[in-house]
Design a protein around this ligand. Structure first.
Ligand code: G3P
Length: 217
């Protein structure tokens, strides 16, 4: 399963990219606002930090406007994935862009039927938002299971990119289901490394090593 970082904070991206575990980045208008920087500039910088896909979202709601904005966004770098919302105009734009080789990430997906439409539109990635489902008392991961079944039934190439990830259990469940990608905030990715028994084990190993009076090199 690929790991994308869900942020426009370039310092965080650089830090996590240094682990070698970052396969791409996703942004959205809220994350751009949070970063407090020029959209095109920060996306260009991110595209230079990671080799993998970097999602950058258009904000027009009509097909013609989306195409105009997508033309600007996709020129930023070869690893840009244009992000469009799951609407009629969004999927019309998705079909047009992917037909000429541009990566498209269809976002704000909340049902398997929506994901089916995105796959038929040739989406490179589909972003079902699991956390926002959980926030209102539903099981967001159920949608991921349904999408996985549907995509496997028809050999769709669209990659399931689990988004709105809130905690490590979402990451675990995504991998158990067989999602292609998960995108998570830096803090959630960092949580994946952590376990108190790992910390305690290191402490006891080092305490016993200290008693040997030896050093390596
Ligand atoms: O990539 C989509 C993601 O940023 C949405 O997450 O936490 O706003 O639901 P959230």
């Amino acid at each position: 399963m690929k790991f994308f970082v869900d942020t426009a904070d370039t310092a965080e991206i650089r830090d996590l990219a240094a682990t070698g575990l970052v396969d791409g980045v996703t942004t959205n208008p809220s994350l751009i606002h949070k970063a407090g920087r020029n959209f095109l500039e920060v996306v260009e910088e991110i595209c230079g930090i990671v080799d993998g896909p970097v999602s950058a979202e258009v904000v027009a709601l009509d097909h013609e406007g989306m195409m105009r904005e997508a033309e600007i966004v996709r020129r930023i770098a070869d690893n840009v994935a244009v992000k469009v919302p799951l609407t009629v105009d969004g999927l019309k734009t998705c079909k047009a862009l992917t037909s000429d080789g541009t990566m498209v990430n269809v976002t704000l997906c909340f049902t398997a039927n929506q994901a089916l439409l995105a796959a038929k539109a040739g989406a490179t990635f589909i972003s079902p938002f699991v956390g926002r489902h959980d926030d209102i008392g539903f099981d967001g991961m159920q949608i991921i299971s349904e999408i996985r079944t549907i995509y496997d039934n028809y050999d769709f190439e669209t990659q399931i990119l689990v988004a709105s990830v809130r905690h490590p259990v979402h990451v675990l469940q995504s991998a158990m289901i067989g999602a292609d990608v998960m995108t998570a905030p830096p803090a959630v990715i960092r949580q994946l490394f952590k376990h108190p028994l790992t910390d305690r084990g290191i402490e006891s190993f080092l305490a016993d090593w200290g008693k040997t009076g030896q050093s390596i090199g």
